[in-house]
Design a protein around this ligand. Structure first.
Ligand SMILES: [Zn+2]
Length: 417
């Protein structure tokens, strides 16, 4: 027996719509099923698209594409390396509530077996999501391995026990397991075999991200010449910028093709240095990330990252040695911080959180912007830039951030930062 399914059609009217090309006041967005079918002015909207659509008046809101985070370890109390599909779904739900609609599950440096266990769970979740299951969560779009081929001197919060020399056999095994879902690896050019590792990743179409490295300016430029075109949390866990030794930071900031990640929580990088990254790269190469831990979306307390204890106090995550260890940041907060503390326009900050990260991992045909044919991943931001409503592939999410009828916001952790 068959029955005709009428695809759900949603019409968002009013509000300011931010597209890659323009900012449309009092705009219109129409969604059919999982896709955006129209973005523009009310007058130009074909009336047949609006017929029978569920109307949402977006009045005072700004309508922006859902955020894409290429560096997420955890959230909601779970971590990628917990290694189960349930843990990954917990992370996906925690970030979705704060505006992330797609992300790379990011594994901190761990054993080969732990990587493989997480990879199998990533694939399981991706298959479930592709089949329409696992709703109310951000889309898992692949995996980012942060290590294990890193410089021990710049390990940051990574566990040195698992840092190792580049091993192509391990890379081959991961590729055989993950296929095209192996999207990114953070690698240090100065790790033993580092440049060979970068060459291997580039040859296989995997983003080679320079990070956790003490690489000189020259060595970093050599890595970029081999095709490394991404930098992991710029400034953090890499050789800094000195006028006689411009280091890793100097090299990635002056390489036009390199996408530079930034943890914009105001703690990892001073707002002045954030501004420097923005000035050097622009919104087309600046990639906002959270580097979030399991503690994201959870209260202060003691958490774990790849076998290390992390203490979160006042939202700041540190190892017991005092070293910063990931963040509790959400993408919603990161965008607000870039606007408020760095003076970047909202349209540019949104771009650095959506289209640019999507482009950095080759996902911009489907994600990262409001345009017909793209996945209907979008957010309504309130005037304080907090994420009020979230739509993922055409379905509104229950965020708990909704506007009450009296016009007052629910209090939520996204208003901080
Ligand atoms: Zn990380």
């Amino acid at each position: 027996m068959t029955r005709v399914v009428i695809p759900s059609r949603k019409w968002i009217q009013g509000g300011t719509v931010i597209t890659p090309e323009e900012t449309i006041p009092n705009g219109t967005v129409v969604v059919e099923g999982e896709k955006i079918v129209y973005v523009g002015s009310r007058e130009d909207a074909p009336s047949e698209l609006l017929t029978g659509a569920e109307l949402v008046e977006a009045g005072a809101y700004t309508i922006v594409p859902g955020y894409v985070d290429v560096h997420v370890h955890g959230g909601g109390g779970a971590d990628a390396l917990d290694g189960t599909p349930e843990a990954i779904m917990t992370v996906a739900r925690a970030h979705a509530r704060q505006g992330t609609t797609s992300f790379l599950v990011t594994a901190a440096t761990a054993s080969a077996e732990d990587f493989r266990r997480t990879a199998r769970s990533v694939l399981e979740v991706m298959q479930a999501q592709a089949a329409g299951g696992a709703p109310a969560a951000a889309d898992v779009v692949g995996m980012h391995l942060e290590g294990p081929f890193l410089a021990p001197s710049r390990k940051g919060a990574q566990n040195e026990k698992f840092i190792r020399a580049v091993d192509e056999r391990e890379l081959e095994e991961l590729l055989a397991l993950l296929g095209t879902s192996f999207r990114m690896m953070t690698v240090a050019p100065d790790a033993p075999g580092g440049l060979a590792g970068i060459r291997w990743l580039v040859r296989h179409g995997i983003v080679a991200s320079i990070g956790h490295t003490d690489a000189s300016f020259e060595l970093t430029k050599a890595a970029v010449a081999l095709g490394a075109n991404h930098a992991t949390h710029t400034f953090n866990a890499m050789r800094g910028l000195h006028h006689r030794d411009p280091g890793t930071v100097g090299a990635v900031l002056t390489s036009p093709g390199v996408f530079c990640e930034l943890i914009a929580d105001g703690i990892h990088v001073h707002p002045g240095a954030m501004r420097l990254v923005y000035e050097a790269k622009g919104a087309d190469r600046l990639v906002l990330v959270t580097d979030a831990l399991s503690a994201m979306g959870r209260p202060d307390g003691t958490y774990e990252l790849a076998g290390k204890t992390v203490v979160v106090k006042g939202g700041v995550a540190r190892l017991e040695t005092g070293e910063l260890a990931g963040s509790t940041l959400s993408m919603g907060q990161a965008v607000a911080n870039l606007v408020r503390r760095v003076g970047v326009s909202l349209a540019e900050a949104v771009r650095a959180a959506s289209l640019t990260p999507a482009r950095s991992i080759g996902l911009d045909d489907r994600k990262g912007s409001l345009a017909p044919g793209k996945d209907a991943d979008l957010l309504l931001l309130n005037p304080e830039l907090a994420v009020a409503r979230v739509m993922i592939r055409g379905t509104w999410l229950e965020t708990g951030n909704e506007v009450k009828e009296d016009g007052k916001e629910d209090k939520n952790e996204n208003n901080g930062g």
